[in-house]
Design a binder for this molecule. Structure first.
Ligand SMILES: *Cc1c(COP(=O)(O)O)cnc(C)c1O
Length: 417
């Protein structure tokens, strides 16, 4: 069996890091009296809140649960619209639908692929309740402008920060940039608890709603009842069992201690990619905003010739997008054949059959995101990658591009050395 990351082993696009002290923390929690709703949950929440400069952190069972809880906390419901970007995981928009509200898609900036505040503003109607910004690939959005739009229009701002733990906008860390921020601890993310999530907020009333929501909508937990010497409890609203166990929170605390070092390593890997890809025709990394602390959950490039989403007519644009998509798909399968685990983040959410059918959506709604999506490729990115691994990915990518051209992909306006 080849050693991990040997030149012949497969490189996945993401991989968790689990150390001996993570294992020890889990074993310790397993042998303690409380496996859930015990001291590890509160300790993980306190560590997390301090790390992201938030007043409150509420642990939940997944990033999806975090987004759902956020939509509940702001009282999004039937008749309300919530603005979301199309280039995200389906869970961002699904959380809106869980609450009976309507997701409305606002296009992204062509350079960064982050939700465009001007498109957000143009999408607001009297029914709009909130905006969900997604820190795509780990780069925090333009929160100064988004907060300004939301303040002026009386909207709540929610951050889907599932990519951005350890990132920052100016000197404010992800988790402190919006009214509510959602994080995921899925194994591909920066910190893992197997499955898990967190919501952060500075608003005590919202935090209280989040805590009730993850526990069936019941106002107290067993600690409170014991403290009060009471056997009574009340369910005020419909909630869910979205709790995270003490075993998972113990793992989360142990993982959190290594976050800064791992984000620093991800930035080094990204810098190596940037350097090796400079001047490579047909591969375009995403732009990084000024004064942003990129957390590099993903390293995303666009394959094939540029041009953004602003080609002359709709028909010409669709044809160009299809051509780009075919090229990207060829590059993807050639990388896979070479043992390089590339991935596509994401097919635009509004074009999934469910969203087309349920909300009557179609191509053309978000032209920038739709054109970009056909060209997107996420290259392997995880802290244990070596510089040689990055070199191997870039060499395989160049070979795959040349191969794709030989396979008949047309690169209008593209030169190949
Ligand atoms: C991972 C992710 C989620 C969902 O998190 P889970 O923990 O898998 O439920 C939501 N939004 C984004 C942008 C994500 O990357």
């Amino acid at each position: 069996m080849p050693a991990p990351n040997s030149p012949t082993s497969d490189l996945p696009y993401a991989r968790q890091s689990i150390d001996d002290d993570d294992v020890a923390a889990v074993v310790h929690a397993l042998r303690s009296p409380l496996l859930t709703t015990g001291p590890q949950v509160a300790a993980f929440e306190a560590d997390f809140a301090a790390l992201v400069h938030a007043a409150h952190a509420v642990a939940v069972s997944s990033g999806t649960a975090a987004l759902h809880a956020a939509m509940f906390a702001i009282d999004a419901g039937p008749g309300d619209e919530v603005i979301v970007p199309p280039l995200t995981f389906v869970a961002t928009a699904n959380a809106v639908v869980y609450q009976g509200a309507t997701p409305v898609f606002a296009d992204v900036d062509p350079a960064t692929l982050l939700i465009d505040p001007a498109c957000v503003e143009a999408t607001i109607t009297p029914r709009t309740k909130a905006v969900v910004a997604v820190d795509y690939a780990g780069q925090p959005c333009d929160y100064a402008r988004l907060r300004d739009v939301c303040r002026r229009r009386g909207l709540k701002l929610v951050a889907d920060a599932c990519h951005a733990l350890g990132g920052a906008d100016g000197d404010r860390p992800a988790g402190s940039l919006a009214d509510l921020s959602a994080f995921s601890f899925h194994p591909v993310k920066h910190v893992t608890t197997g499955e898990g999530g967190m919501v952060t907020t500075d608003d005590g009333r919202l935090a209280q709603r989040l805590r009730a929501f993850r526990n069936h909508g019941i106002t107290s937990d067993h600690h409170q009842r014991r403290r009060e010497g009471s056997c009574r409890y009340e369910m005020l609203e419909l909630g869910w069992n979205y709790r995270l166990s003490d075993v998972q929170c113990a793992l989360g605390r142990s993982q959190l201690r290594k976050l800064a070092a791992r984000v620093a390593r991800r930035r080094e890997i990204a810098a190596t990619y940037d350097e090796l890809l400079r001047g490579v025709e047909g591969v375009e990394p995403l732009a990084v905003r000024e004064r942003v602390g990129h957390a590099y959950h993903l390293y995303v490039v666009r394959i094939g010739p540029g041009g953004g989403g602003h080609a002359a007519g709709t028909a010409a644009r669709l044809e160009a997008a299809q051509e780009a998509g075919a090229t990207r798909d060829l590059v993807f399968s050639r990388l896979r054949a070479a043992g390089i685990g590339a991935a596509v983040h994401y097919p635009p959410v509004h074009l999934h059959p469910y969203y087309r059918r349920r909300f009557g959506l179609a191509a053309g709604l978000c032209p920038v995101a739709e054109a970009a999506a056909e060209r997107l490729l996420s290259l392997p990115m995880f802290p244990e990658m070596t510089k040689d691994d990055v070199g191997r990915v870039v060499a395989a990518l160049q070979e795959a591009l040349h191969g794709a051209v030989a396979d008949g992909a047309r690169f209008a306006g593209m030169r190949h050395a």
